[in-house]
Design a protein around this ligand. Structure first.
Ligand code: PGA
Length: 243
């Protein structure tokens, strides 16, 4: 894995956006995998700026998001769909039908998850997958487990993730307990992966992801099995990497 250490969150966000922009320029009908959370907000701000300046064009870009809470409608202000429109899609020239986010309100998730995978395949596979990492090492909502998952599937969220994400809700009881997420296999099938990490609370997870054993108890360690992963971290997140 290639690791780039930046001074702070803002520098990480600029570097990540430049990385994505360079890849987007290489290919028509680029397929971009996207993530939610606090970490990518700055990256999205920079992509919006580049799109406004006409440095990059989203008109033929196809996107697939990693995950969504189960039980939240796409118009709920804590849904990942809402987040994506607020923080990126409403501000760039993407065609809305090209932006895919797993649905949180399906009745038949077995069929839905297979269809989500099939949509990725029909689009030609993901050219670049953007990832954050949870403080417990999750990627997407692939929580620590006994085995690495493969395709898009539903998951029960762990207590630590529910606690981490409760900051966005009025109370911890409002945080959904289940989610739908691309699997570790779906992520590893992306041609290129970019993980962005900021803050001291992620330092241990990112160290173990890169240098620890490949272990489904640390889901991000699966990235060691991929041949083209870049990790952009800020100095706080790089605390253990530098030693
Ligand atoms: P965060 O979440 O960017 O809000 O820290 C990252 C993640 O849980 O993947």
């Amino acid at each position: 894995m290639k690791v780039i250490v930046c001074k702070d969150y803002d520098e990480m966000s600029i570097k990540a956006a430049e990385f994505i922009a360079e890849e987007m320029k290489k290919k028509k009908n680029f397929v971009l995998g996207l993530a939610t959370g606090s970490t990518p907000v700055g990256t999205y701000k920079n992509l919006i700026k580049m799109n406004t300046n006409k440095e990059i064009d989203f008109s033929d870009v196809v996107t697939f998001n990693l995950d969504e809470y189960i039980g939240l409608d796409k118009n709920h202000d804590q849904s990942f769909a809402y987040f994506m429109y607020e923080n990126l899609f409403n501000h760039i020239n993407i065609v809305n039908t090209n932006a895919h986010i797993p649905s949180g309100t399906e009745t038949d998730y077995d069929a839905y998850c297979q269809e989500y995978e099939a949509m990725i395949e029909r689009a030609g596979g993901i050219d670049l997958q953007l990832l954050g990492i949870g403080s417990n090492g999750h990627i997407g909502f692939n929580e620590p487990a006994d085995e690495f998952s493969d395709i898009t599937h539903t998951v029960d969220l762990t207590e630590s993730t529910i606690k981490d994400n409760s900051r966005f809700f009025n109370s911890i009881d409002e945080v959904p307990k289940r989610a739908v997420t691309m699997g570790i296999g779906s992520i590893l099938r992306a041609k290129k992966i970019l993980m962005i990490v900021s803050g001291k609370n992620k330092a241990k997870a990112v160290y173990e992801a890169i240098h620890g054993p490949v272990d489904p108890k640390m889901p991000a360690s699966a990235l060691q099995k991929h041949s083209d992963v870049t990790v952009i971290v800020d100095e706080d997140a790089a605390t253990y990497l530098k030693k």
